[in-house]
Design a protein around this ligand. Structure first.
Ligand code: TPP
Length: 207
């Protein structure tokens, strides 16, 4: 369980952190060719900027598909850990996937939610998580018991380390600031898919 020492932390008292900083902290802990699926826009942009691992997939265009894709990878390759990086707005568009994750319960799946309280990339319209909805409470209610707010950067590191031990599924939510992403991805979906499939060892040859 990864919730114990963070049980008192809610959305209201979690520290506001920076997505690129936390993305680099996460990637720094990856040692086993883990698959990382970045959500549309900023989540993928900061993942791209943190180093273009062949096991990274950058979602273009679709909100809410990061977790379903990571779930599919986790089920297809149970020896590999799969990590989804998703924005609060995108998760809110596809909340049902949390119930599916809980029901399938892959031990090798970690969900990280970047909660900036806005649909940042389309003009910072507020999301429900800025006021009425607590995404960790929703995840727990969906059946993902290992769900926690990261209190601060050290707590984020600790939660990630615990999650990567394959005791999942786990969900880590981080409140983040409104700084824009530091780069943008290539926008070539075929190349992104092919590189990712080679990175997962399911496609050979150049291309
Ligand atoms: C179905 C759908 N509706 C709207 C959009 C336009 N859109 C692209 S990204 C985005 C906001 C994503 O918000 P969030 O996941 O919270 O990430 P943030 O931009 O805050 O980093 C929106 C509304 C879209 N791509 N797909």
């Amino acid at each position: 369980m990864i919730t114990k020492s963070t049980g008192a932390i809610g959305a209201h008292n979690a520290k506001v952190m920076n997505r690129f900083d936390l993305t680099k902290r996460l990637v720094g802990q990856l040692k086993r060719e883990e698959a990382v699926i970045g959500g549309i826009g900023n989540a993928s942009f900061d993942l791209w900027a943190s180093g273009q691992r062949p096991q990274n997939f950058y979602m273009l265009g679709s909100m809410g598909l990061t977790i379903p894709i990571a779930l599919g990878v986790a089920i297809a390759q149970p020896q590999r850990h799969a990590i989804a990086l998703e924005g609060d707005g995108s998760l809110l568009m596809q909340l049902g996937c949390l119930a599916t994750v809980a029901e399938r319960a892959p031990k090798n799946l970690t969900i990280i939610v970047w909660d900036n309280g806005v649909y940042q990339i389309t003009g910072a319209q507020p999301t429900a998580s800025a006021s009425t909805s607590d995404l960790v409470a929703i995840a727990r209610g969906s059946g993902i018991a290992n769900s926690a707010w990261a209190a601060d950067e050290d707590d984020f590191d600790r939660l990630v380390a615990a999650a990567l031990k394959d005791g999942g599924p786990s969900l880590i939510a981080a409140r983040i600031d409104n700084k824009p992403a530091v780069a943008t991805t290539d926008r070539d979906p075929v190349q992104i898919r092919e590189r990712f499939m080679r990175g997962l060892g399911v496609r050979g040859g150049p291309g």
